[in-house]
Design a protein around this ligand. Structure first.
Ligand code: SER
Length: 903
């Protein structure tokens, strides 16, 4: 209870979970990560998302098939973005908690409605006469249930179209269906525009007078990539009630930021800014709410392993964080980095339900602070550029800032589009978002590597096959070959009975497979299928294997033509060499991980990894570069452990015992109830489904090849092991020998010899310079004579081999001429390029003659550019044949501009 006697937000969350679990047998499912496994969605936007594989039948449902959860959600990007509303409306957030109960082919409309009604009217006791219901325009069945079974008066049940009462799918494709919503009349007719009621004026439901508290989705359809709807095999229920909203209603607050779930954050922001909520301007209150909202979202996201970056979800977090900093600076007058201080309040408010906020506390603070500081630096530089852009647009009477320019601002200064748009809007300009997207796309296309496209795991073809043939039995931990039966074949996304041809790529599902499927950073196995009986012998090359739910999908090609039918038996053989090399690199990864923790501390958390037969990399969270000594220690410790030759120990245990035993787990990974734990001696113990060597000695050797940053706060170490490491050493050795051969010295003397050579080179450089000086002095003398005799300017081509020599001459001339009036413009053809150097006396500079302009013009004639200060400048062009012309034109130009007699 809160001091006023109402339920606290925390208590409402607990009440919801226990009502559905204790009274109606729902399995309490802990919130999944904000980072979804569904590749079509950036951040988990709804409570139902983690259950999509169950709705589609790819993963099994719990028993009984019902679940209840309080899910961390974010709506910051894409079609469901609420960003614009945050702080300006009473109840929008970027991050929120969604309470939901789910039925997987179990109960449907009637029971879902009855349970929701019971919870709302009896458990939390909202007055029935303030509740309004909406149903999908054709859903008479739901209307009847509300009216006849729940006793809701007919005039308080409204029919609405798809915009309001059809929900989903959450990504590009997926489950969806008509829905029914419960609305609460929160503020009554307290404003003139709120008079009347929704039965005559349905628009009132959209006003702030009403709060949509609960959405019951009757999930019975599937939307495919073409937008076509087809019935799902089972009828499901997905409901969602925003915890913040129901708390606002029950605590009688005007907006969610005043509930105990958010007010401490608003208050913290107010304290930092030395202002009071609701005592200043509305802009101040909006900014306080934005800070409260954004830091909550960012803290939860970082706790789930999202690091601010320029890509995907990292970009969203960067954008939010930067937006909050800007609001704080601009509307609350906050200086320097301040946002990270609020993380402690997020932790205090939520650690009981989300312990990751406590576990990752320091990491969140460090990450937020580092990003704040980085932003403050770029803000200064970027703001200047943006002001210029706005000035330029103003000058050319343009109301829209060009997409290319704002993309440059984003690319060079890290200015998020939304931020640029905000600032531009304040000054009365808009931004060309389409142009921005086009520029971004063009750059991405350039950068796109051969990376495999994300697999859309919710493709129905796999769920149908899984339903039909059941999960694939994986035997590959113990054996590399197996007799198997072909259970399903897929060509271009279509299930087929048989496949044949020469160049036909296809996918095959077997009953049993020794092939490891890509997961946990380890690539899928390669190998072959063969059938050698009778005249129909054939070989199928398997290039990769993916896991879709519990289905192993082999990517295949006939080696030399052939055909294959469902039901045939064949022998599946994993390529032992590449499997062993993958295992070597995977175990090496565990050793590197453990060694990193020994050297840098336990705060090192895995952020990703990639393991193949060719090499491996390990990404981890750490806020600075490793020193060469640290890197050497990591490599040394890992290699020393190989020499211990410890044996592999594989244990299966439940996730909690695994964590208690000290096994390392990745914090944003979803684990099954029963997990596999791999350890070698006391050195490393990790949750892992990958394949590993029997004895550490099999690794032979690990060689780190690089270390660097891949995003702010995330480092990447790359390394090779086993035979690959040996080959790397051999390569280095042969390069060394080649170098030694060139130096005609034994390898051991190479460094000393190079040192000596460098010294010699330096000495020679010195004598070349001395010679050059001599030559330059001679030439300078001659040029000075010409100056004395003819004119106050020296415009000529000289013969020198080095740009330094050319510069030296100009400097000498300027030196000798001292305070006299002069223009010097020297040119030279060096390495088939035109070079110009110019020096201009102070008094002529004052008259507007600029050395920078002279060389720029001269170089332009020679197809180049450059420039410099008004008194001394240098430039070059790629066409030396035009030097004579350039000098002649400059000569004329100088004569026209300067008319001073030689002194
Ligand atoms: N998926 C629905 C929503 O997000 C109900 O949970 O509103």
């Amino acid at each position: 209870m809160t001091p006023t006697g109402t339920l606290s937000g925390q208590a409402i969350r607990e009440k919801f979970l226990s009502f559905f679990s204790q009274k109606y047998g729902h399995k309490i499912t802990p919130s999944a990560s904000l980072v979804p496994t569904n590749p079509t969605v950036l951040l988990t936007p709804a409570g139902m998302l983690p259950f999509v594989p169950i709705f589609l039948g790819i993963e099994p449902a719990p028993k009984p098939p019902r679940a209840v959860s309080s899910q961390k959600c974010a709506r910051v990007s894409g079609k469901a973005s609420d960003l614009e509303y945050v702080g300006r409306t009473p109840r929008h957030h970027t991050f929120f908690e969604m309470l939901g109960n789910f039925s997987f082919g179990d109960y449907f409309k009637e029971q879902a409605i009855a349970m929701a009604w019971e919870f709302i009217t009896e458990e939390v006791k909202l007055p029935k006469d303030k509740l309004w219901i909406t149903v999908f325009e054709t859903d008479l069945e739901s209307r009847d249930i509300w009216r006849d079974k729940m006793g809701v008066p007919e005039e308080r049940i409204l029919f609405c179209g798809a915009k309001d009462n059809f929900w989903g799918p959450p990504g590009a494709t997926g489950p969806c269906g008509p829905c029914s919503e419960i609305h609460y009349d929160h503020l009554g007719e307290s404003r003139p525009e709120w008079k009347g009621d929704p039965s005559t004026n349905p628009a009132l439901l959209e006003s702030d007078r009403f709060v949509e508290v609960w959405n019951l989705v009757f999930m019975e359809l599937f939307k495919d990539g073409d937008g076509k709807l087809s019935p799902l095999e089972k009828k499901n229920v997905d409901t969602g009630m925003g915890l913040e909203r129901i708390t606002m209603v029950l605590q009688g607050k005007e907006n969610t930021f005043e509930t105990d779930l958010l007010f401490p954050l608003v208050d913290h922001a107010a304290k930092l800014a030395k202002v009071h909520y609701k005592k200043g301007s509305p802009q101040t209150d909006t900014a306080l709410k934005i800070l409260a909202d954004h830091i909550r979202c960012v803290s939860f996201a970082v706790a789930d392993g999202i690091i601010p970056s320029n890509e995907g979800r990292g970009y969203i977090i960067r954008m939010l964080l930067r937006r909050a900093v800007r609001y704080g600076k601009q509307h609350l007058n906050l200086q320097g980095a301040f946002l990270h201080q609020m993380v402690s309040t997020v932790r205090d408010l939520y650690q009981a339900a989300y312990p990751e906020l406590k576990e990752k506390y320091q990491f969140i603070v460090d990450t937020v602070k580092a990003e704040e500081n980085r932003f403050l630096e770029t803000l200064e530089r970027g703001s200047k550029r943006l002001e210029e852009l706005i000035e330029e647009a103003k000058a050319s009477n343009n109301q829209i800032l060009s997409g290319d320019e704002i993309f440059k601002l984003y690319d060079t200064y890290g200015f998020p589009l939304e931020l640029t748009a905000d600032i531009a809007k304040e000054k009365g300009f808009s931004v060309d978002e389409d142009g921005f997207e086009a520029a971004m796309k063009a750059q991405k296309q350039q950068a796109r590597s051969a990376r495999k496209g994300d697999r859309i795991v919710d493709d129905q073809v796999y769920s149908r096959i899984l339903e039909e043939v059941g999960p694939t039995k994986f035997v590959g931990y113990d054996t590399l070959s197996a007799q198997a039966t072909v259970k399903a074949l897929i060509v271009e996304g279509e299930q087929v009975e048989a496949v044949g041809g020469t160049n036909q790529a296809f996918e095959a599902v077997l009953d049993v497979t020794p092939f490891y499927a890509e997961s946990g950073g380890q690539v899928g196995d390669r190998g072959s299928f063969s059938r050698d009986s009778g005249p129909h012998g054939l070989t199928v090359v398997v290039s990769d294997v993916m896991k879709v739910g519990e289905l192993f999908v082999h990517q295949c090609l006939f080696d030399n033509g052939g055909n294959l039918r469902v039901g045939e038996t064949l022998s599946a053989q994993v390529d032992p060499v590449s499997r062993q090399l993958s295992a070597i690199h995977h175990t090496a990864t565990h050793l590197i991980h453990a060694a990193l923790r020994k050297v840098l501390g336990d705060q090192v958390a895995q952020a990703g990894s990639y393991v193949s037969s060719e090499g491996a990399r390990f990404d981890f969270t750490f806020n600075r570069a490793l020193s060469p000594v640290e890197l050497q220690r990591v490599e040394f410790i890992a290699n020393k452990e190989i020499l211990s030759n410890s044996s592999r120990l594989v244990e299966e245990m439940d996730i909690d015992s695994a964590k208690q035993s000290g096994a390392i787990a990745m914090f944003d990974e979803k684990y099954a109830d029963l997990v596999r734990v791999i350890s070698y001696g006391a050195f490393t113990k990790e949750l892992c489904g990958g394949t590993h060597v029997n004895q550490l000695g099999e690794i032979g050797l690990i060689k780190i090849t690089s270390e660097g940053a891949i995003a702010s706060g995330v480092r990447r170490i790359e390394y090779v092991a086993g035979e690959k490491a040996y080959r790397l050493f051999k390569q280095v050795e042969s390069e060394m020998q080649k170098t030694a051969g060139l130096l005609k010295a034994p390898v051991s003397e190479v460094p000393a010899k190079i040192e000596k050579l460098l010294e010699e080179l330096k000495a020679r450089e010195k004598s070349v310079r001395a010679l050059e000086e001599k030559i330059a002095s001679g030439e300078v003398k001659q040029m000075l004579q010409a100056y004395q005799t003819y004119s106050p300017w020296i415009v000529t081509q000289v013969d020198t081999q080095r740009v330094d020599g050319l510069k030296m001459m100009a400097e000498k001339l300027a030196d000798q001429l001292g305070s006299k009036t002069y223009v010097v413009l020297l040119a030279s053809n060096i390495d088939q390029k035109a070079h110009f150097v110019s020096a201009v006396s102070k008094n002529l500079v004052a008259q507007g003659i600029s050395a920078g302009e002279l060389v720029k013009k001269a170089a332009a004639i020679c197809e180049g550019g450059g420039g410099g200060r008004p008194n001394f400048a240098q430039a070059g062009g790629k066409n030396p044949a035009k030097i004579v012309q350039a000098l002649a034109e400059m000569n004329e130009l100088i004569q026209q501009t300067v008319s001073v007699p030689a002194s």
